[in-house]
Design a protein around this ligand. Structure first.
Ligand code: GFB
Length: 313
């Protein structure tokens, strides 16, 4: 990629896409192609083909996806599988058809079997049953990985895939029903503090472990891989994580302290826990020369500040 390369960031208004845009701009990539959902519906094959034919991007970051937390995944599985399959198939096929030089596809750590050994090595893909609460999303993401793999195999394309752990940061979804745990808890503790409420309710037992990566680190890793590696060096895909996890109970305590909430934490056991642990093995990523830089506490403090500045939007 050089600084004038034409780069299409699909999903540039989302958590990951907006971080990719910031990162690319800060590195002086000056020829970004961007489309909002309203301007280009990625589930519409004809619209996607017309866009690629007209714009002819050289590099593609495929960060557009239907995403959500445990409850959204569990409640709307048809939307998660359909929209993600359509977006992936349309964008990956058009990238092949219109000669994209390199594409980076974003998967998710939920592609691994529910009870796979920890930490999760890349080779554990498709070695056991998936976690039920996000099976639809995981199947779509596995299809995306395999689309890239088989297009590379048959058409000699250069499509690389990355599997991020749970991400958080600015531009996340803070809706309490559909969000992931990090933005949900930041909002719950903030609201409880402001409204002088005695307690905050967290979902499930608080016992599952999760690994959290700040989205600016994620964007840094994606651009680094796009700049320096091809599918031949990366193989089928590479995990992107920090190599450490904490329990949801510990996360709640940490956010409570950062926000400055003085009340208590209560558990809602009617809500699902999801997979017990999904810690990524980052040996391959380390061997490619990348590691995360933003500490969890610093990342949460920065995200909380962002949230307070954007609360009314
Ligand atoms: O982040 P989260 O929604 O998704 O939930 P997953 C993580 C854990 O936090 C679960 C607990 O054990 C939740 O029960 N939790 C506690 C909460 N309080 C809350 C709360 O207020 N809101 C939420 N959302 N959770 C998703 C997958 O799984 O992870 C997706 O469904 C995707 O497919 C994504 O892979 C990264 O980590 O369980």
């Amino acid at each position: 990629m050089d600084k004038r390369s034409k780069i299409y960031v699909a999903g540039h208004r989302g958590l990951v896409g907006s971080a990719l845009k910031r990162k690319l701009e800060s590195k002086d990539y000056s020829n970004l192609t961007l489309r909002t959902h309203r301007e280009l519906d990625l589930t519409n094959q004809q619209a996607v083909n017309e866009f690629f034919e007209r714009e002819k991007p050289e590099y593609v970051f495929l960060a557009a996806a239907k995403v959500g937390g445990i409850l959204a995944n569990n409640t709307y599985p048809a939307e998660f599988i359909y929209q993600n399959l359509m977006i992936e198939a349309n964008v990956i096929h058009a990238s092949y058809k219109y000669g994209v030089r390199k594409l980076l596809f974003l998967g998710s750590s939920c592609i691994y079997p529910k009870l796979a050994p920890q930490p999760l090595k890349e080779e554990y893909l498709l070695t056991g049953p998936l976690e039920e609460t996000n099976e639809a999303y995981a199947i779509a993401k596995i299809a995306g990985i395999r689309l890239c793999k088989h297009y590379n195999q048959q058409y000699r394309t250069n499509f690389i895939s990355v599997m991020p752990t749970n991400l958080y940061g600015p531009n996340d979804n803070f809706d309490l029903e559909t969000s992931h745990v990090m933005p949900a808890l930041i909002r719950k503790f903030h609201d409880a503090k402001v409204n002088n409420e005695p307690e905050v309710i967290i979902w499930g037992t608080g016992k599952p472990y999760r690994e959290f990566l700040h989205v600016d680190d994620m964007a840094d890793a994606c651009v680094y891989l796009m700049e320096n590696f091809n599918t031949d060096n990366i193989g089928e895909f590479v995990n992107i994580g920090v190599g450490k996890d904490i329990t949801i109970g510990e996360l709640a305590e940490l956010i409570k302290e950062i926000v400055g909430f003085k009340g208590s934490i209560k558990k809602d056991l009617s809500k699902p826990d999801g997979t017990p642990q999904k810690l990524l093995d980052i040996t391959k990523l380390s061997s490619l020369g990348w590691s995360a830089k933003i500490l969890l506490r610093t990342g949460i403090e920065q995200t909380y500040e962002w949230y307070q500045n954007h609360i009314s939007e």
